[in-house]
Write a protein that binds this ligand. Structure first.
Ligand SMILES: Nc1ncnc2[nH]cnc12
Ligand SMILES: [Zn+2]
Length: 340
């Protein structure tokens, strides 16, 4: 947790915000991991909470994913998924998040014999309670795991059929290298036929060509991460011209060694190129911080100006799947907060 120090830090904490790149399974804090393990009689390979935190040393995406999938094994009942999601929503409220678009990975759970309905109902019930009780609106994005086959993805889509009206879109996540978006072109075409908008992780560890594929083959409306786009000037031009959002996750990039130092992150470069980039927390329980912590860390490491911070937050509302009226409302709220 970073303590606000700079005058702009107060602005960061005060402004209404939205979050567009959050894996709900990545918000499983070690304390809850232990509590759910005890509740469900699941054995964990750690002595205590400190040992779990000490294990969070990653050298690339896969080293994190191995622990992330192992951690998810404590999630068994609908109430577990509810509690996980509710805990995230309380954190979101504390960060002044007014709208969140969260990912979840049904295959992580169905592969362990947990029925599709269990994770879906628990997560969605908490999101509905969060909207009613905390005033946080939401969208729910079902992600396909790219290390699994496209066929497995089709089977998951089949299981999701009874719930499609309550699923706002589909995403693509997990091990990026060696699993290009093209592997899932038929699955995403089917999702588009079903009226499900798409997003996809691309250009996190994978090359810029994966971003082209996500746009052209999956019709991805946002690119999750996308930081490697700056290796391809033509791509940057296209992303800017079409205002394709990049849901950037700075502390994730640092923890997974996508960058060696936050001061070297290309966030400012992305903004300067006219891209619709914004800051998100990805898997906050594993990467050392929720949304405000990410913004505060970037402010400090990159010496972001007020205009840059406000642009990031405005971009996030622009890139959200809120209605045009809701977006106008929140952009107006930001203007009022700036003038207060
Ligand atoms: N940062 C990330 N990249 C790809 N898949 C993920 N699943 C959870 N976090 C992820
Ligand atoms: Zn992610």
């Amino acid at each position: 947790m970073i303590v606000p120090q700079h005058p702009l830090d107060t602005l960061i904490t005060r402004l209404p915000k939205t979050e567009l790149h959050l894996h709900i399974e990545g918000s499983l804090e070690p304390e809850m991991m232990f509590a759910l393990a005890a509740r469900n009689g699941v054995a964990l390979p750690y002595a205590d909470v400190e040992a779990v935190r000490a294990a969070y040393q990653f050298d690339r995406l896969q080293s994190f994913l191995d622990l992330y999938y192992a951690g998810a094994s404590v999630l068994i009942t609908e109430q577990d998924f509810y509690d996980l999601t509710w805990a995230y929503l309380l954190r979101a409220k504390a960060d002044n998040i007014v709208h969140t678009e969260i990912f979840y990975d049904p295959q992580t759970h169905t592969a362990r014999g947990i029925d599709f309905a269990v994770s879906f109902n628990g997560i969605r019930r908490a999101l509905l309670d969060g909207e009613a009780q905390l005033g946080i609106s939401f969208r729910l994005i079902m992600c396909f795991l790219r290390h699994l086959s496209e066929e497995d993805g089709f089977a998951t889509l089949e299981q999701a059929m009874p719930y499609l009206a309550q699923i706002d879109g589909v995403g693509l996540d997990s091990s990026e290298l060696g699993h290009p978006p093209s592997k899932f072109a038929r699955l995403f075409a089917r999702c588009a036929e079903l009226g499900l908008p798409a997003v996809a992780h691309a250009g996190e560890e994978g090359p810029a060509s994966y971003i082209w594929e996500a746009l052209d083959l999956l019709k991805s409306r946002r690119i999750d991460h996308g930081v490697r786009c700056t290796e391809d000037a033509e791509l940057v031009k296209r992303l800017a011209a079409e205002r394709i959002p990049l849901t950037v996750c700075p502390l994730s990039n640092l923890k997974l060694c996508v960058v060696n130092d936050l001061a070297e992150h290309n966030l400012r470069e992305l903004l300067a190129a006219g891209l619709c980039a914004m800051v998100n927390s990805d898997d906050p329980a594993y990467f050392g911080g929720y949304l405000n912590t990410n913004l505060l860390a970037c402010r400090a490491a990159l010496d972001l100006s007020q205009d840059e911070i406000v642009q990031l937050i405005r971009n996030s509302f622009e890139a959200s799947w809120l209605t045009a009226d809701q977006k106008a409302h929140w952009q107006d709220q930001i203007s009022q907060a700036l003038n207060a």
